[in-house]
Design a protein around this ligand. Structure first.
Ligand SMILES: Nc1ncnc2c1ncn2[C@@H]1O[C@H](COP(=O)(O)OP(=O)(O)OP(=O)(O)O)[C@@H](O)[C@H]1O
Ligand SMILES: [Mg+2]
Length: 295
């Protein structure tokens, strides 16, 4: 048997490789039964502390309905459940900037949560960074989430009683950095997103755009290869939204892969690939001409 000398093209491992992914919700959990998103995001101690905090941040920053998956109005007694993703196959290569679009309820957040290991598919296979993640334990999923992925959400999900710097350092328990290094990295990231003079501010004293910058800095703490964003500009005016998109473009230019859910056509045009989902299926997948994000 002959072997090929060409090892370059064959060795690029996709960041995301999904095959025939289905998601069926069989049960709607009451809000008090569901772990808060912060707990799911950071897992372990950081998530527990954040979630059990006196001023529960999940409650304080809680988005409604679709983002949390609660109060969906789905009949919990329905035997068959609700099939929300109906066979999604999708490959995303390193360095891509992908926008996910679709009408409300089409399954965008569900798909993003599966990509981010915040939820598991009912069927299908998912390889993240070349690794089959179907059979990982909760701890392994938390670890992978906190070392390889960064998240940004419409509702920021900052811990309200913690300063900007403390919020950025929150996923730091997975970074392997000593406390002083972690702090230095947090300060460096806050400076990078233009908040060097706000490091000790609490979220309530920051504007929406500034809170989202803190969330971006936090998402970058562990130097993730893949950034997942769900309507990151959904609560921002157009000028602020433009600034946030400029940050995403910079982060993408560093080689990080981005998957961003958005309703906003202008935001979607910043991506180089637009995937549209309807009723749990991919209905189009187009590579676009790059729209440069002007300064
Ligand atoms: N935990 C859950 N239990 C039951 N049904 C759910 C749950 N989470 C989402 N759904 C249902 O799945 C479908 C897709 O929801 P999803 O949040 O993924 O939509 P979306 O495309 O992100 O919508 P939006 O644009 O409004 O955010 C909806 O019909 C929703 O009611
Ligand atoms: Mg959504």
């Amino acid at each position: 048997m002959t072997t090929t000398a060409d090892t370059t093209s064959a060795t690029i491992t996709p960041v995301v490789e999904m095959s025939a992914i289905r998601k069926v919700y069989r049960q709607v959990l009451a809000p008090e039964q569901k772990p808060g998103l912060l707990a799911r995001l950071f897992g372990g101690k950081a998530g527990r502390e954040a979630n059990n905090a006196p001023e529960n941040p999940a409650a304080a920053n809680a988005p409604s309905g679709a983002e949390t998956g609660t109060e969906m109005g789905v009949d919990a007694s329905s035997e068959a459940g609700v099939e929300v993703l109906r066979g999604i196959s999708l490959t995303i290569a390193p360095g891509e900037f992908v926008a996910l679009q679709g009408t409300s309820g089409s399954g965008k957040s569900t798909l993003l949560h599966l990509m981010g290991l915040l939820d598991s598919p009912t069927d299908g296979t998912y390889r993240l960074l070349g690794r089959d993640v179907s059979h990982l334990s909760d701890d392994e999923r938390s670890h992978l989430r906190n070392t390889a992925l960064g998240f940004v959400f419409q509702s920021f999900y900052l811990v309200p009683y913690a300063t900007a710097l403390e919020n950025v350092m929150l996923p730091g328990m997975y970074s392997g950095l000593a406390p002083a290094e972690l702090r230095a990295r947090g300060l460096e990231l806050l400076a990078r997103v233009g908040l060097a003079d706000r490091v000790n501010f609490k979220p309530a004293n920051l504007s929406g755009g500034q809170q989202q910058r803190v969330a971006m800095a936090r998402a970058l703490l562990c130097d993730p290869g893949l950034l997942l964003a769900d309507e990151p500009t959904g609560q921002l005016d157009s000028a602020t939204s433009h600034e946030i998109m400029r940050l995403f473009a910079e982060v993408n230019a560093e080689g990080r892969t981005i998957v961003l859910v958005t309703h906003d056509e202008e935001v979607a045009r910043r991506a180089r690939r637009i995937i549209r989902i309807e009723d749990g299926r991919i209905v189009s997948d187009e590579t676009t001409a790059t729209a440069p994000v002007s300064p």
